[in-house]
Design a protein around this ligand. Sequence first.
Ligand code: ZN
Ligand code: ZN
Length: 415
Amino acid sequence: MSNSFEILLDRYAELIVRVGLNLQAGQALFVDAFLESAPLVRLVAKHAYLCGARLVEVLWNDDALTRIRFQYAPRDSFSETPIGFVAAINHYATQRDAYLSITGKDPDLLREQEPALVALYQKALAEKARPSSESAMRDAFNWLVVGAPSPKWAARVFPNAAASAQVTLLWNAIFSACRVDEPDPLAAWERHARELALRRDALNEKHFAALHFSAPETDLFVGLADEHEWVGGASPAERGFLFMGNMPTEEVFTMPHRARVDGKVTSTFPLSARGRVIEKFSLTFEQGRVTHAVASNDQPVLDEFLATDEGALHLGEVALVPHTSPLAQAGILFYNGLFDENAASHLALGKSYPTSLRGGSQMSAAELAARGANDSLVHLDFMIGSNEMNVDGMNADGTREAVMRQGEWAFDMMQ
Ligand code: ZN
Ligand code: ZN
């Protein structure tokens, strides 16, 4: 690895700690990472201590170990969950410490495995980690998801490159998506967060009742919760300081009403979920609920997902991303939700973010439900945007306004 790579990696670690997490002096940092990301994790720990972190705890995971478990462990043991990880993630959430998750898994990791077994494994983990994910989705503490290449992931993204070049190509794509290669990355992120905030504020002013998405194979009305709030860029944690939950982030998103979604929607990107890739799928909604789901391949994986709980059949997020976003323009298919969802407008099945409802992070589950929020053990983003997508904002009086045309913003922002 070259000198300049070391410099970029260090800058990336600094952005993660200072911009994404905005780590506060006196906080601990809990890191969930995979073995190959160790060089990045060490630099993250360095910057965390420079920011006054009290403790950096890292728990390592490993795709190869996960695969071995699926190959050799007893079939009736998949509701067992790792004790250390579950205890740690819930502990740090309760303490309001910072949480960093580094993704980079092989998108095809569990392709050979029985969908029902994978579903059981994922559900058990989600249930045990619920106290933590519940607090994270309310922004009770600063959390962040970022990417780092694993060789298998890099090979999936750049299949035609020489094996020796794939990881470097993926690092370069990640650095560029996260503005690490800009002359002044901190200033670039400040500017970017400000632009997202302007778009968010403009959409909040409009207060649409619903969004209408139309594109080839898509004709979908997404009713919004009456008290929905658009979110984008930096958000305040419970203690008041700002952080960003994803790097990269190009989206503004809000809360669909769980019972007000009607029509048909077709995905525009392959979906990486549960260790497999579903190339394309369509969902039909009636009064907010999925009534029909058809996948081009791996139909049982989609069916098992939708059977997780009642909330998995309803939407929890609607997000807009313009087709000219740098990630969309790069034209790279990442097979990883963090990157692909910031390249296209998307929806998510499953739990909604309480923060996308006015005052929602302070509400009880019953108060959220009464306002149209969706609850589930899962939250799965899937991409529906393209340069053929038009989005209209529908007002309560039935009038409409162009929000996006051919995938691009169609209204001006106040400066
Ligand atoms: Zn999103
Ligand atoms: Zn999402």
